[in-house]
Design a protein around this ligand. Structure first.
Ligand code: NAP
Length: 296
């Protein structure tokens, strides 16, 4: 068997084109332009590149983006004052603080200061709680992107067994929570594995869908999955590669080559979950802007 490649770039492009049209309509009918503030403190190269990607994605669909770039020495109280200002800015519907923050700043304090109504990352405990009880709230972008890539490629989760490897607060845990909701697009039976799991292969071999989010290459190998499985690879890992100019290449958490021979569908790295994550951030910003119409 040769697996169908679940193309995150193509799915993201399809969603962004729908969003572009929706924003044109919001501008026309409500004079409303969704706005996202992206706050970057310091010059971590990976963070700079993520922020650039977010700015470009906003421009692509017609979202107004306000960039707040500050030196790594920015005081915590100054950052909190900025968050407060953004919380009250009517042009801003979403606030994203790029992590990690410099060590002298309490990350939790900053994230909790964001108005839950503008928390487009879905990290505020208020929104996490709402997600858990199945309210219509901002869903965290990576797990939401995973659900979208599955459903938009015709892969159902209802009544299927999903095994997730990884239990972080941004991927594994929220994905498990979202998949177990009693709804048409979820309704899965979910198992979550982590470093405390005795025999991960025992669980992954029983899965209809495996999601690997451990941050370690080859966490899931071909002998750990059954024929016809669907595999979602969330991991992004740098491995040395002397044939590349950069000296490295990006790989996921699964043995892509071998598993593609066994699986019915698989997401590549890069080009799988990654493009979906930014797309869901745009989705949440538009959702937040639309909520202001009903509040007027
Ligand atoms: P994280 O916070 O480091 O969490 C990793 C999780 O995997 C932890 O729960 C850990 O278990 C578990 N784990 C690690 N090694 C394991 C092993 N050998 N066996 C079983 N479980 C293991 O990472 P994260 O933020 O969730 O990210 C995971 C990966 O996804 C990273 O490569 C990250 O770069 C990538 N990522 C990609 C996107 C995207 O948009 N493409 C977005 C977010 C993250 P314990 O809890 O027991 O320590």
């Amino acid at each position: 068997m040769s697996a169908k490649i679940l193309d995150g770039k193509a799915t993201a492009a399809e969603m962004r084109s729908e969003m572009k049209q929706e924003i044109e309509q919001l501008k026309r009918d409500h004079k409303l332009i969704p706005g996202l503030a992206v706050v970057l403190v310091g010059e971590n190269p990976a963070s700079v590149s993520y922020v650039t990607g977010k700015r470009k994605a906003c421009a692509e669909v017609g979202i107004f983006s306000r960039e707040e770039n500050h030196p790594a020495t920015l005081a915590e109280d100054k950052l909190l004052a900025l968050i407060d200002e953004l919380n009250h800015d009517p042009k801003i519907h979403g606030i994203l603080v790029q992590l990690p923050l410099p060590k002298h700043i309490d990350e939790k304090k900053v994230l909790y200061a964001i108005d839950p109504k503008k928390d487009v990352d879905g990290f505020h405990p208020f929104n996490v709680g709402e997600m858990m009880i199945g309210e219509d709230t901002f869903l965290p972008c990576t797990p939401h992107g995973i659900l979208q890539i599955l459903t938009r490629n015709g892969i159902e989760t209802a009544s299927r067994h999903v095994v997730i490897v990884g239990r972080s607060n941004i991927v594994g845990k929220p994905l498990a929570m979202m998949l177990m909701q009693k709804s048409k697009t979820a309704n899965a039976t979910v198992t979550v594995c982590h470093t405390g799991t005795k025999d991960i292969a025992y669980h992954t071999r029983q899965a209809d869908i495996v999601v690997a989010a451990a941050g370690r290459p080859n966490t899931v190998t071909a002998d750990m999955v059954r024929d016809g499985v669907v595999v979602v690879d969330v991991g992004v890992n740098r491995v040395e590669d002397a044939t590349r100019k950069s000296g490295y290449r990006l790989v996921g958490d699964v043995d892509f080559e071998a598993i593609s021979q066994k699986a019915s569908a698989i997401t590549p790295v890069p080009g799988g979950v990654g493009p979906m994550t930014i797309t869901m951030l745009l989705y949440n910003t538009i959702k937040s802007a639309k909520k202001t119409i009903t509040q007027k």
